[in-house]
Ligand binder design. Structure first.
Ligand SMILES: Nc1ncnc2c1ncn2[C@@H]1O[C@H](COP(=O)(O)OP(=O)(O)OP(=O)(O)O)[C@@H](O)[C@H]1O
Ligand SMILES: [Mg+2]
Length: 637
């Protein structure tokens, strides 16, 4: 803090007792006001006896969505899977036992029908066996029906929670978490895969081994030996393929992220003829993914082929040794063939597991990522629902060092605003204005220090309630694909038309919107078409003021505006003043300064000057700087 600055100091320092008392009410994740099982439920519960008002007047408790509890959603999903798998297991046991029908038939025909020459026995036997086979097919189909529905169930249970948690988590990263939705897809396809069926069949395999033992212990030993050998192959397969498959996956994720950014920037890619370069970047990642996949699949296929050969050789061994035993008179021909078929059934699940091991391990990893995302989401912590804020803002010793860098972007920023205050944040390009603005609305979190709205740290506000009570116009305005009306209403379906109209009037966009062929129903494309840059900015201004916010941050709201736009902005600021809305406006243009109470001059991430407008302007002038040139910061160095 500059020593010669007398203006910064006397800002209100909240009494510690008040602060402690307020914060003590909301320890992290401790207070649950009303429990619900997650975002899938549509019913809304209100807090206390107050009717929900959407925006709420002063002192009215605010409407909230049902509190999210991702752990509960996860538990519900997992319980559904467990329950369904238990039912599927019953069908699996039944259908596996019925599988024994055909070897039994064979055995009976060769050893009983052919020797006794009884037609009646043949007919009876055939009828029973046909029944068994049909039943087996039906059971098999039933278990697959159930698995398919389980996959749908888990997608329905977890889709919304995952997307919510990913959207929240992406605040701290570059949007990688959105890929977890793809992980859900992976888990879903595992649930309907042949691999899972093999896994389900596996526990029944010992039963078949016992059946072979009962036919002859020698044959049983051959099956057990092969099974052990196949299990060893499974382990080898897992060891040899895990790494290349993981590499393939990582490269694929990178390629996908790049693809996303390409689709976002398609206009610039075309304008600057960057297609070959962008395709090349994508191609590099895709190629390395494919390369790793080929390595992994090569190993997988080789081991699968060896294990298949092993299984076939086992059957030959069984037939050969069985023939020898029947020559010795210990077995009949029918028994030998039946034993060979049963052995095949015993070994098939192991073979299936080897082939599908990669899918299994990928799905397991995907599930682990889903669990981690859902369990660690800050949305899980329910916050105390507070009265509608008045708009008092306290910023204390903010320090911001972006993750993974050593650069101090903001350093020791402290100031305070009373409800209804308007503040202009000025400073050179790169001074940290946008970063400070984002911090005021909680879209980035400070490394240390705090931003508090009505004495409560932003981190402890119920996120939904906080968002509804603030407005933000970012420097880089992006609208959502959808109608202008929906954009102004922040995509809320329950917004009433009057609120939308009021916001549009406030930002003075009503006339502009009315002149569009479809008015408020005009659909805005992802790139903002058919709106111009200035029009987009004004619709974003309306969005910022939608729903009667108590604190609004505008980041260079007039960078694209003409004179009419400037007038609209001044009108919005006047409205804010009348309604005691706290406004922080980041600007490079001195013209806005005439309509604010306080000015904060930011230089290199620190507060150079802060105070009442007249005082700050005088201080700037005293230093011989002409603010009309629109350049302040570096002259102070
Ligand atoms: N995530 C980040 N990692 C590294 N540096 C960052 C990060 N975010 C911001 N910065 C740096 O912080 C500085 C301030 O950026 P900011 O966008 O806040 O400037 P600004 O004052 O809004 O500038 P302008 O007037 O051009 O909009 C810049 O030098 C920028 O490089
Ligand atoms: Mg900026």
């Amino acid at each position: 803090m500059p020593a010669n600055d007398r203006i910064i100091e006397p800002e209100i320092e909240p009494k510690p007792t008040v602060r402690e008392a307020t914060e003590a009410k909301a320890p992290e994740g401790m207070i649950t006001i009303d429990a619900d099982t997650g975002p899938l439920r549509s019913e809304t519960k209100t807090f206390g006896k107050q009717p929900s008002t959407g925006g709420g007047g002063d002192g009215t408790f605010h409407k909230r969505l049902p509190p999210v509890d991702f752990s509960a959603s996860l538990k519900a999903g997992v319980t559904a899977v467990r329950r369904n798998l238990a039912i599927v297991m019953l069908f699996t046991i039944a259908s596996n036992i019925l599988v024994l029908a055909i070897p039994t038939y064979l055995f009976q025909i060769s050893d009983r029908v052919l020797t006794s020459r009884s037609l009646d026995t043949l007919v009876m036997l055939t009828i029973v066996i046909i029944g068994a086979v049909i039943l087996q097919a039906a059971f098999d189909a039933l278990r697959r029906f159930i698995l398919m529905r389980t996959a749908v169930e888990i997608a329905a249970q977890l889709g919304a929670p995952i997307l919510s948690a990913a959207a929240r988590a992406s605040l701290q990263s570059n949007g990688r978490e959105y890929q977890v939705l793809g992980d859900l897809q992976q888990v879903r396809s595992f649930l309907v895969s042949r691999t899972l069926l093999s896994f389900l069949d596996a526990p029944i395999a010992p039963l078949f081994v016992v059946a072979v033992f009962l036919i002859h212990p020698h044959l049983g030993c051959i099956v057990v030996l092969t099974a052990l050998m196949l299990l060893v192959f499974t382990q080898i397969n897992q060891r040899m393929t895990a790494e290349p498959f993981a590499e393939a996956n990582t490269a694929q994720v990178k390629a996908n992220l790049h693809l996303e950014s390409m689709s976002r920037n398609s206009q610039i890619i075309n304008a600057l003829a960057m297609i070959p370069e962008t395709v090349q970047i994508w191609g590099k990642d895709t190629a390395s993914s494919l390369k790793s996949q080929v390595i992994a699949q090569d190993r997988n296929i080789t081991i699968a082929a060896i294990s298949k050969a092993c299984r076939l050789l086992t059957q030959i061994a069984m037939l050969g040794w069985g023939a020898f035993l029947s020559i010795e008179g210990q077995l009949t021909g029918g028994m030998v063939i039946a034993a060979s078929i049963i052995a095949g059934r015993a070994l098939a699940p192991i073979e299936g597991a080897i082939e599908g091991w990669n899918q299994y391990s990928q799905s397991r990893a995907a599930y682990a990522r889903i669990t981690a995302l859902l369990k660690s989401s800050p949305l899980n912590f329910d916050r105390l629902n507070l009265p509608k804020p008045e708009g008092r803002l306290d910023v204390e010793r903010l320090l911001y060092v972006p993750q993974g860098t050593k650069r101090v972007v903001l350093n020791g920023i402290s100031f305070a605003l009373q409800p209804g205050d308007s503040l202009a944040i000025i400073g050179n390009s790169g001074a940290g204005k946008t970063t400070l603005g984002k911090m005021l609305v909680g879209s980035i979190l400070p490394t240390s220090g705090s931003v508090r709205l009505d004495l409560m740290d932003l981190r402890n506000w119920d996120q939904r309630q906080f968002g509804e009570n603030i407005g933000y116009l970012p420097q880089d305005v992006q609208l959502f694909p959808g109608t202008i009306k929906a954009n102004i209403a922040r995509m809320r379906l329950d917004a009433d038309d009057e609120q939308i109209y009021r916001a549009a009037m406030l930002a003075d966009v009503h006339e502009m919107i009315a002149s569009l062929p479809h008015g408020y129903e005009t659909v805005v494309a992802a790139d903002g078409a058919p709106l111009s840059g200035g029009q987009k900015q004004r619709i974003a201004l309306a969005r910022a003021f939608f729903g009667d916010p108590r604190m609004v941050v505008l980041d260079e709201p007039n960078s694209n505006l003409d004179n009419a736009g400037d007038t609209a902005l001044l009108q919005a600021l006047r409205h804010a003043k009348e309604h005691k809305i706290t406004v922080a406006t980041i600007t490079q243009r001195p013209s806005l300064l005439s309509s604010v109470d306080k000015v904060l001059l930011l230089a290199n991430g620190t507060v150079a000057l802060f105070g009442m407008r007249a005082d700050v302007l005088k201080a700037i002038e005293a230093r011989g700087i002409d603010i009309n040139t629109g350049s302040f910061g570096h002259q102070l160095q």
